[in-house]
Design a binder for this molecule. Structure first.
Ligand code: PXL
Length: 277
């Protein structure tokens, strides 16, 4: 028996909830074979409020990892935290040269709870080197505002406008995640396929234990596509998966509560509604 091969080009979250840890756990839950090319190691200081240390991996080491992984014949890949413009360019060029089409870009710009340091050159590099190769891109509201150059996004209408601009930069499908900031009675995400907009809604979970939700969502989309689902089904099923993970989020310590990555496969499934706008 063989398995679909899924790759994450992303950072290590030493605390285990986000980054490659979330991706590999999520790949496993979806029955795909997970591999990774590491871009950065993120540590957390227990003596200084869990503040994050960011330790990029040398570009040549990243290139060697991607060469290893690509040589095996990857079915689908995702990207996560790419800490510098040089690493974004390196990853984007390698993905383009690989010819892999099922590419999910999670345009991570900052970790939740950390000051939102936005390096303008990273945003420029994502637009130039990643979006043209994205089958799916999954920005949150802040990231969608940056990638679309529209600035602050607060409403579903603004999510639609941002999705259209990001699509025009080359991403085939755009998923704008409403998250907690969106003023909506449901947990709402927008899917734009280049023609139609769909709003995906699930009941809101009142929790702070949602660390790693974005990575888990994008990894589930990647695995679903590798398993042969259409992008629309992949996104819908990934939302069901991540909603379960968030509902069962838990307290790791006084600083962080990760999602429970495998919850959707253990507990009753969350209902997600799809509305064409
Ligand atoms: O949640 C965004 C994220 C992605 N990747 C890595 C992280 C984080 C946040 O902590 O550490 C490696």
């Amino acid at each position: 028996m063989s398995l679909k091969k899924t790759l994450t080009i992303a950072g290590s979250d030493t605390s285990g909830g986000a980054g490659i840890q979330a991706d590999l756990k999520t790949f496993q839950e979806h029955g795909t074979y997970g591999m990774n090319a590491l871009t950065v190691i993120v540590t957390m200081d227990p003596n200084n409020n869990w503040s994050h240390g960011v330790h990029p991996i040398p570009v040549d080491t990243l290139k060697s990892q991607m060469e290893t992984a690509f040589s095996t014949g990857i079915d689908a890949l995702k990207t996560g935290m790419l800490p510098t413009a040089e690493i974004i360019q390196t990853a984007g060029e390698a993905i383009a040269a690989s010819g892999i089409k099922d590419v999910v870009i999670d345009p991570v710009m900052a970790c939740k709870g950390e000051a939102e340091v936005m390096f303008p050159e990273n945003v420029d590099a994502m637009i130039k080197y990643l979006l043209p190769h994205a089958k799916v891109v999954t920005p949150n509201l802040v990231e969608a505002g940056e990638l679309s150059r529209l600035g602050r996004i607060n409403t579903v209408e603004e999510m639609q406008a941002a999705a259209e601009k990001i699509h025009a930069s080359g991403a085939q499908f755009v998923v704008v995640k409403g998250g907690k900031q969106l003023k909506h009675e449901k947990a709402a995400d927008l899917l734009f396929d280049g023609e139609k907009h769909y709003l995906l809604t699930a009941p809101k979970t009142d929790t702070n234990y949602n660390h790693g939700a974005g990575c888990t969502f994008a990894a589930a989309i990647t695995a679903n596509i590798a398993n042969g689902q259409s992008v629309k089904d992949a996104v819908l099923n990934a939302k069901i998966f991540v909603s379960g993970a968030i509902e069962h989020g838990w307290k790791l310590n006084e600083y962080v509560g990760p999602v429970m990555h495998g919850a959707a496969n253990k507990f009753p499934k969350t209902e997600v509604e799809v509305l064409e706008l």
